[in-house]
Design a protein around this ligand. Structure first.
Ligand code: NDP
Length: 261
């Protein structure tokens, strides 16, 4: 049976929601990664309190690092710190998880919303891939594992079924063109990354995490996501254990089934 056992993991937007739950479940595994780089844009702010508490319980494994995915200089500074922490080792698993949405309809949508969300949800993951490529490449090269896997070297782009042109999850609940367009573009970015990084055996997958109870997933009182972040992340980690070169470049659901573009 395939297992997920990367030696090092980086999560963006790890101070709350799915990102925080990813860090929690990874560090609480029976065979946790040696290094978990829990990145967030404001480590000293009130929204990082839960992450700080978690890191305090796992001092040698969870390293909190400032990283704003909408700011390339912050990504580069984080990469420099992480390279130092890794002492010559590579980075096995990168979660491009940070994401934003601006409540809107097609009628009320604005150029500012469109650009801000695109910058965070698409440009951020693109720069992350570029800047962390040397570390991902190193992990892949140093690994004894055959083929592609999330234990060896992988980019997991947390996408959304809202960006599926076929499925259009929850159109009746929220049109949110800024978000839908950004996730459709993220899926294309994932495909591009998979083509370019295949030579280094770096798996790239766009993953819909399910509709989960987080600040984003349960944006207002009338909107309650069906699944807890805890259950959703459990399923994500199970699915990631099974991914191989067959899935690189694809758009998969939390249960591992392929989703239509
Ligand atoms: P939340 O709104 O709960 O959390 C979003 C996280 O992203 C926060 O940690 C936030 O940090 C961080 N973030 C936002 N912008 C930036 C930035 N520029 N740099 C660094 N971090 C940033 O959302 P979820 O946890 O629900 O969502 C996580 C991912 O999952 C997103 O990509 C989302 O699109 C996707 N997703 C979620 C679904 C759901 O049902 N929840 C469904 C489908 C996809 P801060 O606290 O600083 O704002």
């Amino acid at each position: 049976m395939e297992v997920l056992n990367p030696r090092s993991v980086l999560v963006t937007g790890s101070n709350r929601g799915i990102g925080l739950e990813l860090v929690k479940q990874l560090v609480e595994k029976s065979d946790p990664p040696e290094w978990i780089f829990a990145t967030c844009r404001d480590p000293e702010g009130p929204r990082a309190k839960s992450l700080k508490n978690l890191a305090a319980q796992h001092q040698h494994r969870v390293e909190i690092i400032q990283l704003d995915t909408s700011d390339p200089s912050s990504i580069k500074a984080a990469a420099a710190k992480i390279t130092e922490c890794l002492h010559g080792a590579g980075l096995n698993l990168l979660f491009n998880n940070a994401g934003i949405v601006k409540s809107s309809s097609l009628e009320s949508e604005t150029p500012e919303n469109m650009l801000e969300v695109y910058n965070t949800n698409v440009v951020g993951p693109m720069v992350m891939g570029q800047v962390f490529l040397p570390l991902l490449r190193k992990a892949s090269k140093d690994s004894l594992l055959k083929g592609m896997s999330c234990s060896k070297a992988a980019i997991v782009n947390i996408s959304s079924d809202c960006g599926s042109i076929t499925n259009l999850l929850a159109w009746d609940i929220g049109q949110i063109p800024n978000y839908r367009c950004s996730k459709a573009a993220l899926n294309m970015l994932n495909r591009c990354q998979s083509l370019q990084y295949a030579q280094d055996e770096i798996l790239c997958v766009a993953l819909h995490p399910g509709w989960l109870q987080t600040d984003m997933g349960s944006g207002n009182e009338t909107l309650r996501a069906p699944t807890t972040a805890e259950d959703g992340v459990q399923e994500i980690l199970k699915t990631l254990a099974h991914l191989s070169e067959k899935e690189t470049g694809t758009f998969v659901n939390v249960d591992g089934k392929l989703l239509p573009w």
